[in-house]
Design a binder for this molecule. Structure first.
Ligand code: GDP
Length: 293
């Protein structure tokens, strides 16, 4: 069963973004570096069509560096687009971001033509963390111009550099089933919108094929080499992990729900190693399959 998740309010967000984007020079699209394709909302590209875009691959500290490089190359090849990796909790992202924005919109800057940037991203991608880091934890300054509502906070990074937060909530829009699973695994989708066991099984299926060593190390699966693990059913792997962690019901049966929670927790915390759940090539194939279906 594919995950359905579209909590609504998108119409008003859509309208608000369309309005705001008229006076915006650069759009910063915050993505989760572990699932760049799936954490993008395709609607945003439509709404901001033509605006230079800075793709920020956040949580890069949790992502597979080799795959982050693939995604950066993929985005940097697009017109009017730049991409940078980021750990939003670091203290020095501001300079990198300001520099990239000036490269994307070289004619802006100075008091007469301040740089106007809109920052967008689906929930949990790290937007608040980034804004906090950028403002040095100061309370974000809100504009007092007409039209700047509470929802549309304007943050002044410098006298000639303004940042607007997304007006409204930009929910993910799940257009291929794999994206649903990856978003759920990353924690971007509400807990009651999916079956944890199903998501954990999908995750294990991907990890055993791509990141077997990290799985084996964290769950002490010493008896399983990569080949044996690759040949195992996902259910059997989840069962083994549950047993290793003592997630048991009566009579030696494994509590699969608990085992699923453990797998997802370990993935989200980065304890299975630096992992990226999709490559640009894989994502393109999923999209093409989705369109054929
Ligand atoms: P928002 O919903 O987009 O505003 O997301 P938050 O800023 O609240 O971040 C969601 C979670 O991701 C929080 O637990 C953050 O601490 C964490 N987080 C944000 N940025 C990073 C990052 O670059 N690396 C890591 N490891 N965690 C991050």
């Amino acid at each position: 069963m594919a995950i359905q998740w579209f909590p609504g309010h998108m119409y008003s967000t859509q309208k608000a973004i369309t309005e705001r984007v008229k006076d915006i020079d650069v759009v910063i699209e915050l993505l989760d570096a572990r699932l760049p394709g799936s954490s993008a909302n395709p609607m945003l590209a439509e709404l901001t069509a033509g605006r230079p875009t800075l793709k920020v691959l956040n949580k890069q500290d949790l992502a597979d560096p080799a795959r982050t490089a693939l995604w950066l190359a993929h985005y940097n090849a697009l017109p009017a687009t730049r991409a940078i990796p980021l750990d939003a909790s670091q203290t020095t992202p501001a300079q990198q971001i300001v520099k990239a924005c000036h490269e994307l919109s070289p004619n802006r800057g100075g008091l007469a033509k301040p740089m106007r940037v809109l920052i967008c991203g689906i929930p949990n991608v790290g937007k608040s963390t980034l804004i906090n880091t950028l403002t040095g934890g100061r309370k974000a300054k809100t504009g007092d111009e007409a039209g700047i509502t509470k929802l549309e906070q304007r943050i002044t990074l410098a006298d000639d550099f303004y940042l607007w937060d997304t007006p409204g909530m930009l929910w993910p829009r799940i257009i291929v089933p794999k994206s649903g699973y990856n978003l759920a695994a990353s924690g971007a989708v509400g807990r009651n919108a999916f079956d944890e066991e199903e998501v954990a099984l999908e995750l294990l299926g991907y990890l055993k094929a791509n990141y077997a060593a990290g799985l084996a190390a964290r769950f002490k699966l010493v008896e399983l080499d990569a080949e044996t693990m690759a040949g195992m059913k996902d259910e059997a792997l989840l069962d083994t992990i549950g047993r290793k962690r003592g997630a048991l019901l009566g009579k030696g049966r494994v509590n699969l729900q608990k085992a699923a929670e453990i797998v997802m927790h370990e993935f989200r915390a980065g304890n299975l190693g630096r992992i990226t759940l999709e490559t640009p090539e894989e994502f393109a194939v999923w999209l093409a399959d989705g369109q054929r279906a």
